[in-house]
Design a protein around this ligand. Structure first.
Ligand code: CU
Length: 357
């Protein structure tokens, strides 16, 4: 995609700024000339103009005969079977119609039909085998974000492996290490495929449990979608492609899942930035400590006490707090536009932490 964007800008003489590309017409891009005039460039095969191929990431997220999701929650624990002493997980990458609110359903590309895909959770030192079947209309690969895998398992298309073609199956296998909060996601045309929904949590528990163990342990993945005129697009920081829906575990408020906590319980939230935008996550009512960054434990003396933490794309922060007061306490992004659904507040990156006696 980087190569393609360079081509778009480099081969159009006299035009110096790619200003805006309407996702509703991906074969046209609006360009502002050096004199300030506007020109419409239409893709023509065989010319150096941007082709519909080169604007691929601006195409709607689609597929043939896309089914409605049968699951309502993403990021649920994935079952495995044992083959000798190897934990074997099965994933199918496929398009699905995914409800992000009661009223808005997007076309998403998913692992096993949910956004996020299912959580893989194992213990440090486990050998894991992940069998990935590609039922997408495009090639794909998986990258194990932050996990110390062998190079051949790293999921980089045409570098560490051939892209997995539609209909093909690929087997990943590695020893899960080190312990921590990780993610897995597509690494094939990531700006499109990750934003389309091909992401999920991967938790590696330490062999010796950390004490005290949290009473509540929840992973929250932050992402975005662009949904316009009944079509879904991969949101990205690019003119015309900005999101109008913001999601926690694939849902926008008020359909984000409430976190239920008893007063006095220790709560661990694993905040994971998988979208393409930064999100300063703020919690009302109680400060928290940052106990791990990008999966790695923070020594107790270095644990910052905060009420807001900026979660950037690719980052994970494990935060912990003790719920000391009853009530409904809000967790939300403090870029306040991110708490809207299609520009209407409240929505987006908000959820309630419900503390009861
Ligand atoms: Cu935000």
């Amino acid at each position: 995609m980087i190569r393609i964007r360079r081509l778009m800008i480099a081969f159009i003489p006299g035009l110096f700024l790619l200003a805006a590309c309407s996702p509703s017409d991906p074969t046209k891009s609006t360009l502002i000339s050096s004199s300030g005039g506007i020109a419409n460039a239409t893709a023509t095969p065989g010319t150096m103009q941007p082709s519909s191929d080169s604007l691929h990431m601006m195409q709607p997220i689609s597929g043939e005969n896309v089914q409605n999701a049968t699951e309502t929650k993403g990021g649920q624990l994935l079952d495995f079977r044992m083959a000798d002493d190897i934990k074997v997980f099965e994933l199918t990458a496929k398009p699905i119609i995914w409800p992000i609110t009661a009223d808005v359903s997007v076309t998403a590309w998913t692992y096993n039909g949910t956004v996020p895909g299912p959580m893989i959770r194992v213990t440090e030192g486990d050998t894991v085998r992940i069998v990935l079947k590609n039922e997408l209309p495009e090639p794909t690969t998986i990258h194990w974000h932050g996990i110390a895998v062998p190079n051949a398992m790293d999921g980089i298309p045409d570098v560490t492996q051939k892209p997995i073609q539609p209909g093909e199956t690929f087997i990943y296998e590695f020893v899960a290490k080190p312990a921590g909060t990780y993610m897995y996601h597509s690494h094939f045309e990531g700006d499109f495929q990750v934003s389309a929904g091909l992401y999920a949590p991967f938790i590696i528990d330490p062999k010796e449990p950390v004490t005290p163990q949290p009473d509540v342990d929840i992973t929250l993945m932050f992402s975005e979608m662009l949904f316009e005129n009944g079509k879904t697009f991969a949101a990205m920081p690019m003119a015309g492609m900005e999101p109008n829906y913001f999601t926690i575990n694939g849902k926008a408020f008020p359909d984000t899942e409430m976190i239920n906590v008893k007063k006095g319980q220790l709560v661990r939230l694993r905040l994971a930035g998988i979208g393409q935008f930064v999100h300063p996550i703020h919690i009302h009512g109680v400060p928290f400590k940052i106990v791990a960054t990008d999966g790695h434990p923070v020594p107790e003396a270095a644990q910052l006490t905060k009420d807001t933490v900026l979660v950037s794309p690719g980052e994970r922060y494990d935060i912990e707090f003790i719920a000391t007061e009853t009530g409904q306490w809000m967790l939300h992004c403090h870029i306040l536009h991110h708490t809207t659904n299609d520009n209407v507040e409240p929505g987006g990156l908000m959820l309630m932490i419900n503390v009861t006696d």
